[in-house]
Design a protein around this ligand. Structure first.
Ligand code: ASP
Length: 431
């Protein structure tokens, strides 16, 4: 957030909270979330069942994430397709590899979640109190009703005036930062629209620690530590599934390309570490490309297709995570997902992962679509907020590994000529 010079002239009473806010903002998100979990546990133990009201911030966050999801997916896909410069036979092979890898990721995720069943580590329980819609509405719930459920909702028939204002204020403020951006082409228009959504998403991310505090306090206060035992199981299950997906990538590289898996890991460790530390595969993209070209020696065309073009569509870690989350929450609620529903989970996870922009927490936004598709209560995504800071990093590293995998497979089994020369040169010199 930016402040004008006049702001600093205000009274010291106004300056004090600003100082606290800036200090708070300077902490990395994961530390803020860990702090919120600790405070949330204490508050939950202290307030007991009365902590149920503290669900409000997390419900608000999820409501807004749900509203951002459809346009974010729409614009991310439109932009990726518009900018992709591909054609010919390799494009077909690229599309095939992307779909295959994503389906493998989702299958691994569902398999691990079915075997470990982390959601059944505790007794199945009814949805949280905040979800009951039949009770008399308190003022907070009435306020929540005016937060749009979908960005397009307030513009369609029956949208309330308050939700239109909500939308107008959010975009008005987000677009202030972009108002000098030149709009010459359709590409600019899509980029500005996407950028304004990302700005709003960052505001929501800033509120996540508060939402975590509230949801942790209300869960501990109302139902004790049970859900968190299950959540621990879920984290383990996701990490196992991601590790299996990584193994799958390396085995495919071993059999399908000239690159040795160990050389690939060594040559691209900067990209993998960056993905883990930034939680953004888009921010990592240039490093991924440079590592592939300079350290591994992949041909330019393959590196471009896999790490630059494919990366926009290729988020296997996200797909795996979304499918596992849906199954986890279904298990937690004692629900059986029918074959049809599991198919819907697969389908929407594919779409959601393609539309998940390569930025932190994007998977959490698009997950609301997967939950809605199979009628799972999106309120339960709130419990995942507590661990998402860590799982986001892990799945982002796998997203980047997917790009590496596709680049190597596109490069084929024959090393590029300059590589062959480099490999044979020392032998020739010795002779
Ligand atoms: N953070 C992930 C990425 O940048 C997307 C996600 O949230 O799943 O690839």
């Amino acid at each position: 957030m930016q402040f004008s010079p006049e702001d600093s002239d205000r009274s010291s009473a106004a300056a004090a909270p600003l100082g606290f806010w800036q200090r708070w903002q300077s902490w990395p998100l994961y530390l803020r979330i860990v702090g919120a979990v600790v405070i949330g546990v204490l508050v939950g133990l202290l307030l007991g069942e009365r902590a149920a009201v503290l669900q409000l911030p997390s419900r608000l966050v999820l409501r807004i994430l749900g509203a951002l999801a459809p346009p974010l997916i729409l614009l991310a896909i439109v932009q990726a397709l518009m900018r992709a410069e591909i054609g010919g036979r390799k494009a077909g092979r690229l599309a095939f590899l992307l779909v295959l890898n994503t389906l493998v990721a989702i299958s691994i995720g569902l398999l691990v979640a079915n075997v470990i069943q982390p959601g059944r580590w505790v007794e199945a329980q009814p949805p949280p109190a905040g979800e009951k819609t039949e009770q008399a509405k308190d003022p907070l719930s009435m306020f929540l009703d005016n937060v749009p459920k979908s960005i397009f909702g307030p513009l369609s028939d029956g949208g309330s005036v308050l939700s239109v204002i909500f939308l107008a204020v959010s975009f008005g403020i987000a677009l202030r930062r972009l108002r000098h951006h030149h709009l010459n082409t359709v590409d600019d228009l899509v980029a500005v629209a996407l950028q304004s959504l990302v700005i709003i998403l960052h505001w929501i991310i800033d509120v996540i620690p508060l939402a975590v505090l509230g949801i942790v306090a209300s869960i501990i206060g109302v139902s004790g530590f049970g859900d968190f035992v299950a959540l621990g199981g879920f984290v383990i299950a996701v990490l196992i599934a991601l590790a299996l997906q990584a193994t799958y990538y390396l085995v495919r590289v071993y059999f399908g390309s000239w690159v040795r898996p160990w050389d690939l890991l060594r040559g691209t460790r900067d990209a993998l570490v960056m993905a883990f530390s930034t939680s953004s595969s888009t921010a990592t993209m240039p490093v991924t490309y440079a590592c592939l070209r300079e350290n591994v020696g992949i041909r330019e065309e393959s590196a471009t297709m896999g790490a630059l073009v494919g990366a926009n569509f290729n988020n296997d870690g996200t797909a795996l995570y979304e499918a596992m989350s849906a199954l986890f929450v279904a298990q937690l609620l004692g629900m059986e997902l029918s074959i049809g529903q599991q198919f819907m989970v697969v389908l929407t996870s594919v779409v959601a992962s393609v539309g998940a922009a390569g930025i932190p927490e994007a998977g959490l936004v698009t997950m609301t679509l997967v939950f809605n598709a199979v009628d799972l209560p999106v309120e339960y995504i709130a419990i995942l907020l507590t661990v998402d800071w860590f799982l986001d990093r892990s799945r982002t590293a796998i997203n980047v590994m997917g790009d590496l995998n596709v680049s190597c497979l596109l490069d084929g089994k024959v090393p590029p000529p300059e590589r062959l020369v480099a490999e044979t040169l020392p032998a020739a010199e010795n002779a």
